[in-house]
Design a binder for this molecule. Structure first.
Ligand code: SF4
Length: 702
């Protein structure tokens, strides 16, 4: 039990860090100051628990570095001058219009986030697609979840994780690939562990590192970097060879089985073992355990998504679950564990990749429906999506894009190859940064800074990993003169001149009502929800149709998918090795990931004493044999070098990593992304943060 620390009033809201979606109560003292937090006991997601980030989240209301007022300057690197909102918004609106008049509408790009409310995403989509009218609008979720989105669409005809946390309580086998739940999603880990203690089931972990989750596994498969597709194809090979597939399910609910079967014939376990480093017997054993389980589920996170084969990896997981009949049933699922608190909200409603409510720009009827609903001309919309975030930045280098609006996005720390990103941002005619923190590294390159309210300084909804829509009640007023993102988008819409503009609702609850209307009858149906009902039920999972008392725990329970024929596709996936691989000059793999204390680029967790105390500095995990070979010692600093640059990092000698691999947490500025390469997945355009070649050099005179 956590100390109340003098709290006399508790306010309900939802955690604003990861996508687990924990319900949280913030304690206020008699002066109205946030002094404590506790988990909500009757919330099904977290059942009273919080992780270290949630416990200390209340400290963010008064943490250092917050943006208090708008800032402006004529040239980057000059000192900012304080401005009022009219000045900052007028300047931004006039720069957007100047750039678009001179270079075309798509010369101004917008990159948003997974951190703001769903209603704010919807409103931003309306602004970007219906007022600014740029097709170069994307989210930073391309860095984390784009491969999952792409893989779901390719397999099932739509995005949307089909499973839920409750599946841990029903499954007979859990395969976790590239997901370290105890550090990334501690409360989902706790749910899984509790379910496994009550009703033990095999846990199979695929990860090149001996992660905390791998230490808990019945079987740990330390796979060679970037070869998940080989392993997954080989599991399918064994299942088909031994006749363990679910023939009835395949026949009734899938297409293209024969083409899929022909491709997996190339991945017999002996051949696969030479590529992926997992021995033949283990591959056979895992395939049998998974296929013979009465229900089996796979979870994954960035280990699959952040790869040049990320989208294919997701499709391969879906293939495995389709041939074993493990979609849409209790304990049988392909469940991507999402990163940011509302990465799902941006996928559903932001219009980054299309139009709201999982509509596509490529579909004339979808363009027509939204144009009519918003009261604008249909031909204002492009007929296909524009650039992904990872292509927007190169388009700045070529001069195709002249202006950029970044919302809660920090590419100076989060994007691969920091030196290149710095030069890219310096080329912009105009950069506006909208963020809660004025000291975010990317703000060094902005012309205008718009201070945004955080998390529980406003009201709206987030969608979590299991499609649960949770309510965020405002606990405190916005800090200083910062404003909710919703207000900023509405005000910007008023200032940009267009012949026809959509109406913008005055409150987030009105925006939610619009979204409900647009969702009726669709997979993503939220028409049965209201703010009060969401709070009362501690979250509702979509689809939740008008009149439904509860939401839906699972998708595709009837075996009907979102392709026109109602069937899922089994997609053949030949493996092509296309990574930068270790060689004589750079003989080690670089792998990156997360630590439990920090979130993303430490914009927030770097300001909270308790978290920063535990993980204040970047480090690299290095196998003791490799450390001896490279002449570096545990507890000393060493230089990490790649073809892109170098970084100085503390050495942590550990058996958690194999001899040919370095692991570095990605959260720190001027660290791992100075050396990372980030080749892109061809389908999702997501960077392969976890696979490139480096060497380590000792530093003398420490
Ligand atoms: Fe917040 Fe995620 Fe921790 Fe839950 S697990 S308290 S949502 S950071």
């Amino acid at each position: 039990k956590l100390a109340d620390k003098g709290a006399v009033e508790w306010k309900y809201t939802t955690c604003g860090y990861c996508s687990t979606g924990c319900a949280i109560e913030v304690g206020l003292n008699k002066d109205g100051k946030a002094v404590s937090a506790r988990g909500v006991g009757d919330a099904d997601v977290n059942r009273g628990k919080l992780c270290i980030k949630g416990i200390f989240e209340y400290e963010l209301f008064e943490s250092g570095g917050r943006g208090r007022v708008p800032l402006m300057r004529d040239r980057i690197h000059e000192p900012f001058r304080e401005a009022n909102w009219d000045q900052a918004m007028d300047k931004t609106a006039s720069e957007i219009q100047r750039i678009q008049e001179a270079h075309g509408r798509d010369a101004f790009a917008i990159v948003s986030t997974g951190q703001i409310m769903t209603e704010e995403f919807y409103t931003l989509g309306k602004l970007a697609r219906g007022v600014v009218g740029t097709n170069n609008y994307d989210g930073n979720t391309t860095l984390c979840m784009a491969s999952a989105v792409s893989g779901y669409k390719r397999s099932f005809g739509s995005d949307g994780p089909p499973g839920c946390y409750d599946d841990f309580e029903h499954t007979d086998c859990l395969l976790a690939i590239g997901s370290n739940l105890p550090e990334q999603h501690p409360i989902i880990y706790w749910r899984m562990r509790e379910a496994r203690e009550k009703r033990p089931f095999p846990l199979i972990v695929v990860d090149p590192r001996v992660t905390m989750l791998a230490q808990n596994a019945d079987m740990h498969l330390p796979i060679s970097p970037g070869t998940d597709l080989v392993l997954l194809n080989s599991l399918a090979y064994v299942i088909l060879e031994e006749g363990l597939q679910d023939e009835d399910y395949i026949r009734a609910h899938t297409t293209d089985f024969e083409a899929f079967k022909a491709t997996v014939q190339d991945y017999d376990p002996l051949t696969a073992s030479k590529l992926c480093g997992i021995d033949e017997d283990t591959i056979r054993n895992v395939a049998r355990v998974y296929a013979k389980a009465s229900s089996a589920m796979t979870i994954w996170t960035m280990g699959i998504n952040q790869s040049t084969h990320g989208s294919d990896g997701v499709v391969a997981i879906n293939n495995l679950n389709l041939i074993t009949g493990n979609i849409g049933k209790p304990g049988g699922s392909s469940l991507s564990i999402t990163g940011q608190c509302n990465a799902m909200g941006t996928r559903e409603w932001s219009s980054c990749s299309g139009l709201p409510g999982y509509r596509a720009l490529e579909k004339p009827q979808d363009r027509k429906d939204i144009a009519e609903f918003w009261g604008i001309d249909e031909d204002f919309f492009p007929e296909k999506r524009g650039l992904f975030m990872t292509d927007i930045l190169p388009a700045i280098e070529t001069g195709q894009i002249k202006g950029l609006w970044l919302i809660a996005t920090n590419p100076m720390t989060s994007m691969p190859n920091t030196a290149r990103i710095r030069k890219t941002l310096e080329k912009l005619d105009f950069l506006v940064v909208q963020d809660a923190y004025a000291d975010v590294e990317t703000n060094e390159y902005s012309h205008v800074f718009l201070p945004a309210a955080i998390w529980a300084e406003k009201e709206g909804v987030f969608t979590n990993t299991e499609r649960r829509v949770n309510l965020i009640r405002n606990v405190m007023p916005p800090f200083g003169d910062s404003k909710p993102d919703f207000w900023i988008f509405n005000e910007m819409a008023k200032r940009i001149e267009r012949d026809k503009k959509p109406n913008f609702p005055e409150t987030t609850e009105q925006a939610f009502e619009e979204m409900k209307q647009l969702s009726k009858g669709r997979l993503l149906d939220i028409s049965g929800m209201s703010y009060d009902k969401i709070e009362e039920k501690r979250g509702l999972q979509w689809p939740c149709r008008d009149g439904d008392e509860t939401g839906s725990q699972r998708l595709y329970t009837d075996g009907v998918f979102q392709y026109p024929d109602g069937k899922a596709k089994l997609i053949p996936l030949p493996f092509v090795d296309n990574n930068e691989r270790p060689d004589d000059e750079y003989p080690l793999w670089l792998n990156s990931g997360r630590v439990v204390e920090h979130f993303h680029t430490r914009t927030r967790t770097g300001k909270v004493g308790n978290q920063n105390k535990f993980s204040p500095t970047p480090y690299m995990e290095m196998n003791p044999d490799a450390a001896a070979e490279f002449g570096v010692e545990h507890g000393q600093y060493a230089r990490l070098v790649s073809r892109r640059g170098d970084a100085v990092v503390l050495v942590q000698s550990t058996q958690r990593v194999p001899r040919n691999m370095i692991f570095v947490p990605f959260h720190y500025h001027e660290c791992v992304n100075r050396v990372s390469l980030g080749l892109l997945d061809p389908h999702s355009r997501q960077p392969a943060y976890k696979q490139c070649a480096v060497r380590v050099e000792p530093i003398e005179d420490q």
